[in-house]
Design a protein around this ligand. Structure first.
Ligand SMILES: [Zn+2]
Length: 474
């Protein structure tokens, strides 16, 4: 096939992507959208990926991306079924309140200890109702990959320029380095907020809220103004980021960023809520947005859009990390010294917890594809990994109740890769521009040079990651 044909294919792919993203964005922010249009665009998208696989095998990134698109399209019904089952089957009663999977986290934030335990136990018991659907999802997806001579782990590794041994080694190094600290902090904060030792139902999502519960009122910052100012100081133009801050009833509550057209149509949506959590989330999403508006418009579609998960999360985590820089909190946000110091400590605990938890999750996903595990075997592996990294006996079925593990083929190691990479980037800027690098336009220029090449960014090659330097900072 001719190169010209691939460019024509890419043009259509970009157009489909933009139209579909616009519809999804409207759906997610609670504006009117068309279900019919989404369905027909999804169909066109799937056919278009099929056209690629039938006619081309290069560029490799598009070949692999097309396989993922076909697998996703073929399992779309199963994903919807899983969402439906979580809502209708994973539910229980606590007194007069009914709690389902979808309201679980909200409920946990104000429930008593005994109530939280009883919901956790009930959901674990019912997790088996999800098992056949999750099983079908994995088998069908990996079948599509196998038909093209690849497998989900292999593709993930290729996207991140890693070997399986490198990824495993990275995970074990990280896990071992936080293990001791994490457990001591977990005990400290469980004692402070729960008046007891940590228990298996104090999961990451519960703890990362609880540890900020007495700090939210002390955060008197308009985070949208501040993050825009930060980007301006670094030489970005935040006016290129469209922001939807309307409070519509059917809008997704958590902030998110949508790359509708890269680099010209990039949108962030949020609903002002708890000011501290909003700040953390907004800095994260504006990091995604700053990346997308900076990617070179002249690059072909696959260099602008086919970005590894590790690469895209690098810039969001990088910007989010500014909020754990004590100098920034004191000098720019004018926070009280005691408060700032405490905030940094608590953020560090959530980072350690995230590492311990994601290491276990990532090892589970590696085992799954390397050893071709059944779901029952995955339960056993998971409880073993959680025991090793969290130091607790947690029922292994918990992974089936997670929001990412059962519906994505890999994904989880990306956070860890990005955390290490984001740290490296910050250190580099500190070294060259000093501890107040965030007020330096030249630091911003260096950042943009890293972002501009899209998929070819040097930070997307995770084989060069300096794990030791990250570990030292933890
Ligand atoms: Zn993100």
């Amino acid at each position: 096939m001719q190169k010209a044909d691939v460019s024509a294919w890419e043009e259509t792919a970009e157009d489909l992507h933009a139209r579909l993203s616009d519809e999804y964005f409207r759906l997610e922010v609670g504006l009117s959208y068309s279900k019919g249009r989404i369905a027909s665009l999804e169909r066109l998208n799937r056919q278009h990926a099929g056209v690629f696989l039938k006619n081309f095998s290069a560029p490799r990134a598009l070949f692999l991306d097309s396989i993922a698109s076909v697998a996703k399209a073929k399992t779309f019904g199963l994903t919807l079924k899983l969402h439906e089952l979580r809502k209708s089957k994973i539910c229980t009663r606590v007194g007069r309140t009914s709690v389902s999977w979808t309201t679980w986290r909200q409920f946990a934030s104000h429930a008593s200890d005994a109530q939280r335990k009883s919901v956790f136990d009930a959901f674990i018991k019912k997790s088996g109702m999800l098992t056949p659907t999750i099983d079908k999802f994995f088998r069908k997806s990996s079948g599509v990959y196998a038909a093209h001579g690849v497998d989900p782990l292999g593709v993930y590794l290729e996207d991140h320029h890693l070997t399986a041994a490198q990824l495993r080694n990275f995970l074990l190094t990280l896990g071992n380095s936080v293990k001791g600290m994490f457990r001591a902090e977990f005990r400290k904060y469980a004692k402070k907020f729960l008046q007891r030792s940590p228990a298996y139902y104090d999961d990451y999502y519960f703890m990362r809220n609880v540890v900020f519960s007495d700090m939210t009122d002390g955060f008197p910052v308009d985070s949208r103004d501040e993050v825009c100012k930060l980007l301006r100081d670094l030489g970005f133009d935040p006016r290129l980021i469209a922001v939807d801050d309307a409070d519509r009833p059917s809008k997704y509550p958590s902030p998110f960023c949508s790359f509708v057209r890269i680099p010209h149509d990039v949108r962030v949506s949020y609903k002002p809520e708890n000011p501290l959590q909003t700040a953390i989330a907004l800095y994260h999403e504006f990091g995604h947005a700053a990346h997308a508006i900076t990617i070179d418009a002249g690059l072909p579609y696959h260099k602008r859009y086919v970005l590894s998960e590790g690469l895209t999360e690098t810039f969001s985590i990088f910007l989010e990390n500014v909020l754990s820089d004590e100098d920034y909190l004191l000098q720019v946000l004018n926070l009280d010294k005691g408060y700032a110091r405490e905030l940094v400590q608590r953020i560090r605990f959530t980072e350690h917890f995230a590492i311990a938890f994601y290491v276990a999750n990532s090892l589970l996903k590696m085992d799954q594809w390397e050893q071709n595990l059944s779901l029952k075997q995955m339960n056993d592996h998971y409880s073993m990994h959680l025991k090793t990294w969290l130091g607790m006996d947690v029922p292994g079925e918990y992974w089936q109740l997670h929001h990412i593990l059962p519906e994505s083929l890999m994904y989880v190691p990306s956070y860890l890769l990005a955390m290490a990479r984001a740290h490296e980037l910050t250190e580099l800027l500190k070294k060259e521009y000093g501890r107040w690098w965030w007020a330096n336009k030249r630091a911003g220029e260096e950042l943009r040079a890293v972002m501009r090449p899209g998929a070819d960014s040097k930070v997307g090659d995770f084989s060069t990651l300096d794990v030791a330097s990250y570990v030292k900072s933890l």
